[in-house]
Design a protein around this ligand. Structure first.
Ligand SMILES: C=C1C[C@]23C[C@H]1CC[C@H]2[C@]1(C)CCC[C@@](C)(C(=O)O)[C@H]1[C@@H]3C(=O)O
Ligand SMILES: O=C(O)CCC(=O)C(=O)O
Ligand SMILES: [Fe+2]
Length: 344
């Protein structure tokens, strides 16, 4: 190839030249077309894929989410430290009867059979401005000064999960054809739950379950699992394990969102298995509506062919049902609806 004309040039001057040096001119078949090609719309392509997943099984992965890996790692480190504490220290945060927050293990649990092989620490997150420190304060109040730093890491993590779940809500609004703001607005000021799951190894992993088969009663779950693996989803009549990927968040539809979509999007049946060698951790952010919101589908999702499937309810009523009357499983929503009708 002949060298570029002998005069010196740079893009600083070339950008103003209408005579383009031949060395820059590409063959015809490779030239960009004068009419720009149609734009590949990341938003609507994502909405199409999400729509297919949610009508089928209610589960998908999110990558390129922009959440700082260091923050995720810091939460995992804190989870290790917390669950390695002696039992009496963890019991400072002991979950009280009928409450869904606090530390729980099968030894402090409200159930007597089919016990899960896990310990958990759950706490409230609120997206309301006046509760902007609720996570941090929880750690300080129940665990003391030593947990102040971990509390603020968890606060930041929940804030990141709140933003991510609202972005996912925009996509779900588009995929359902109700507009990107509909569900985003509905979950503005959400009153959500964060749960840290710790699954100790088990010598007979085939006999036990870390978390039994269930659909989350909540609206949308954003889960991050460590590198051990153990999450399984039930799709096409069989269990599939979801390979760990530190860069991915697993998103699943819960019962409350299924009701909000009038049953068009399905809650995802899932469980967690354990293994004989490594403890496993997962971080679950359960997006839940603000307590006074009525769970009722938008009119666009109700028709003669698809009449109302569930009565109006509020999230606190379903939460109370799962804490006082029913252990969440794959039939929670059905059981809740019959309970509501019996008690009407
Ligand atoms: C509101 C909730 C109830 C559970 C925690 C959150 C969302 C998921 C629910 C749960 C994990 C589903 C499986 C059974 C359960 C009892 C558990 O294994 O912990 C459920 C939680 C609960 O009721 O505490
Ligand atoms: O630990 C996991 O992978 C799943 C946990 C889960 O399903 C839950 O906490 O609801
Ligand atoms: Fe779950």
């Amino acid at each position: 190839m002949p060298p570029i004309e002998n005069r010196s040039f740079s893009f600083g001057s070339l950008q103003h030249e209408s005579h383009i040096p031949p060395q820059f001119i590409w063959p015809d078949h490779e030239k960009p077309s004068p009419d720009p090609p149609p734009q590949l719309d990341g938003g609507s392509e994502a909405a199409r894929l999400v729509d297919r997943a949610c009508r089928g099984h209610g589960f998908f992965l999110v990558v390129n989410h922009g959440i700082d890996m260091k923050l995720i790692e810091e939460v995992h480190k804190g989870v290790d430290l917390f669950f390695k504490l002696p039992l009496d220290a963890k019991e400072k945060a002991l979950r009280k009867k009928g409450d869904h927050c606090g530390y729980a293990s099968s030894f402090t649990n409200r159930f007597s059979s089919n016990l899960p092989w896990k310990e958990t620490l759950s706490f409230r997150y609120s997206a309301e401005r006046h509760l902007s420190n609720v996570v941090e304060s929880y750690f300080l109040d129940v665990m003391g000064e030593d947990f102040d730093a971990f509390g603020s890491v968890c606060q930041r993590y929940c804030e990141a999960m709140n933003s991510l779940s609202l972005k996912v809500m925009e996509i779900l609004g588009m995929s359902l054809g109700v507009g990107e703001n509909y569900f985003r607005d509905f979950f503005e000021g959400n009153d959500s739950i964060m749960r840290l799951n710790y699954y100790p190894p088990c010598q007979k992993p085939d006999l036990v379950l870390g978390t039994g088969p269930h659909c989350d009663p909540t609206s949308l779950t954003i889960l991050h699992q460590d590198s051990v693996g153990g999450l399984e989803v039930f799709v096409d009549e069989k269990w599939h394990s979801i390979a760990p990927n530190p860069h991915a968040f697993l998103v699943n539809i819960g019962d409350t969102f299924m009701a909000l979509t009038n049953g068009i999007y399905k809650g995802c049946l899932h469980r967690a298995v354990v293994n004989s060698t490594s403890p496993r951790k997962s971080l679950a952010f359960f997006l839940c509506p603000k307590t006074d919101k009525i769970v009722r589908p938008p009119k666009e999702l109700v028709s003669e062919e698809n009449p109302r499937m569930y009565p109006d309810f509020t999230w606190p009523a379903l939460l109370e049902f799962t804490q006082k009357h029913y252990r969440s499983d794959m039939k929670t929503l059905e059981a809740f609806v019959s309970w509501l009708r019996q008690n009407a």
